[in-house]
Design a protein around this ligand. Structure first.
Ligand code: CA
Length: 220
């Protein structure tokens, strides 16, 4: 996660950079508005921490410019605590507004919150060499994206969310019934599992294991 800190106060820069890096974030610093624009264009950050009073402009203008071009979240970090300043920031699309002096743990917690809301900490399910990104619905096998039918995807995502659990055929069938609205019979399920395994490069059923007479289990 890359955070771009736009701030001109050296003491704050020093403290924040240390804090963010301790927390595992990559922190880049822009001390001026122009510099921030250049840096965001080069390597898009995952989040922007934005001071209002900058030597060559103000944070509001910057927020406005960025909102038109990028989707990353913006947190204002400023000593201005007037209601009108806060409202103006939110009107410009700020994701949060933190007043200096701030408390470190609270700041980190708000950063996490904003990143989570932005869907940037995307939940990824993983079983062996298969990954499933919950929000985008992308499934990859050894990094290569594969296209699944709705039915295949539904079965895979249920199983991947509980690896190691036995899914009985009845359980899967009733689950699938809800999304397709069509009756899926036992034979269709077997065929679907077979195709799913082929797409996952699991022709031999090592990842989606057959539990004889019962159902299926996803190996971790
Ligand atoms: Ca300042």
């Amino acid at each position: 996660m890359k955070i771009l800190l736009v701030e001109d106060n050296e003491a704050i820069i020093l403290g924040l950079q240390y804090l963010l890096e301790q927390e595992g974030y990559t922190c880049q610093v822009a001390r001026r508005r122009r510099e921030a624009e250049r840096m965001a264009a080069g390597e898009t950050p995952d989040l922007l921490l934005l001071d209002i009073g900058l030597p060559d402009g103000d944070g509001y203008q910057l927020c406005q410019t960025f909102r038109q071009q990028y989707t990353f979240p913006v947190i204002f970090l400023t000593a201005r605590e007037e209601e009108e300043d806060v409202v103006r920031a939110f009107d410009l699309g700020a994701d949060d507004y933190i007043i200096k002096p701030f408390r470190n743990r609270e700041l980190l917690s708000r950063i996490r919150n904003v990143l989570r809301r932005g869907g940037r900490e995307q939940e990824v399910l993983q079983c062996g060499h298969i990954t499933l990104e919950v929000e985008s619905g992308r499934v990859r096998v050894s990094g290569e994206e594969v296209t699944l039918t709705k039915l295949e995807y539904k079965i895979l995502s249920s199983m991947m969310s509980c690896p190691g659990k036995l899914f009985t055929r009845d359980e899967i069938l009733s689950d699938v019934w809800d999304i397709s609205g069509n009756f899926v019979n036992d034979n269709t399920l077997s065929v679907t599992i077979k195709r799913l395994r082929e797409k996952l490069g699991d022709g031999e059923g090592r990842i989606i294991k057959t539990v004889r007479g019962m159902g299926y289990r996803m190996e971790r």
